[in-house]
Design a binder for this molecule. Sequence first.
Ligand code: FE2
Length: 436
Amino acid sequence: MFICYNFIYFLKKEILVKNNSKSLMLVYIFTIFLLGLSLSSYLIFKFRNISVLGAVLFGILIFAADNFSVPLPKTGFVSVNFGISLSSLILFGPSTAIIVTLISSISIRDIFKKAPYYKHLFNSGQYLISIGVSSWIFEIMYNRKLDNIFFPRNIGIIFLAAIIFFITNTFLTASVISISDNIKIFNVWVFNFAWILPFHIFLVVMSVAISFLYKMYGPFTLLLTLMPLIIAQYTYMLRTNERKALLSSIMHIVKIVEAKDVYTAGHSVRVADYSEKIARKLRLSEYDIEILKNIANLHDIGKIQVDLSILNKTEKLTNEDWTEIKKHPIVGYEIVKEITFLKENASAVLYHHERSDGSGYPFGIYNDKIPLFAKIISVADSYDAMTSDRPYRKALNTYQALKELENNTDRQFDKSVCSKMIELLIEEQHKEHLQL
Ligand SMILES: [Fe+2]
């Protein structure tokens, strides 16, 4: 894809307030902002020669790119704006690049959402530090006298500046998450940002091409290079918004299904949550995790067709009742496979009651025949069912449920998936003990 990243919107008010670290965070944010402001003012004063045409053209483009940025699953947004900043640095130098980058921190979306002032301060501050440090080093080392942009040393310096920007930008962002959530900064970084590096490198290559064409043939080349990228990003953003609207409608249906069964309120959301955590332990990609979460939310949607009297029955279910209930994975699959972006993985809904030893339903398939997503949802679903009250039994406590998982590894559950769930539960128990 064309997109890279921009983490400037991630800062959430809830994170700050939740951990009573607001004052520490505010001091940190003000420090970042003042540092960014001082550094950029100094560099603009030091290097001066601002290209007005460059600042206007690239400023408009970066403003558009930033406001059409696409949300990432976990933190931040993706956009091509780093490519625009870097191109303006290569072509016009630090002063113009700093002005262009500063424009990207003006977010119409945030202004309309009335985002807290410290969010704007942090966004501007961290961006100014990142572009400031990288452009300063770039300008000292880059040989502007050479007309050939592809001179190996110059290309190397462009990459060096891009890596410095990436490290500064992502570590500053990770630092805020680290302070607010009390997690080691390196872990936050690896978990949230390291995987975006290939996109970043792609943008560097793109910036070299944009700069080369601009230098050789003039500003109109931006219509052929950056404009298509921004339009692609805009289209992608519209698609993401449509997807979000569709998912929210579907989640309303899930709530209606759960409302039919008084014993399963909130079940799907919890299953999605456990599935996500297992997937992270299995080191699945962010893209896969997002799809899995959506599928897990919908895993029992087929129950919409099961009679209310069966779902809420307090006495033992008859064979006929079971026949009805066992249809829900098939009904659910028929629904989910109609959703374009989920159809490839809709089989996880179909097979979420299959078991490793082949004793599950609806088909009795086993082991490797069961897709990974179905195996994950199966473990998450069973754990949540075990730890919730049912008309015919009380909920198990975490320890008892853990034992159940252990006893059923390789029989009901896939061994590697189940071991990750057990690991997760032990860690959560450990954390709870530490908080007591
Ligand atoms: Fe189910």
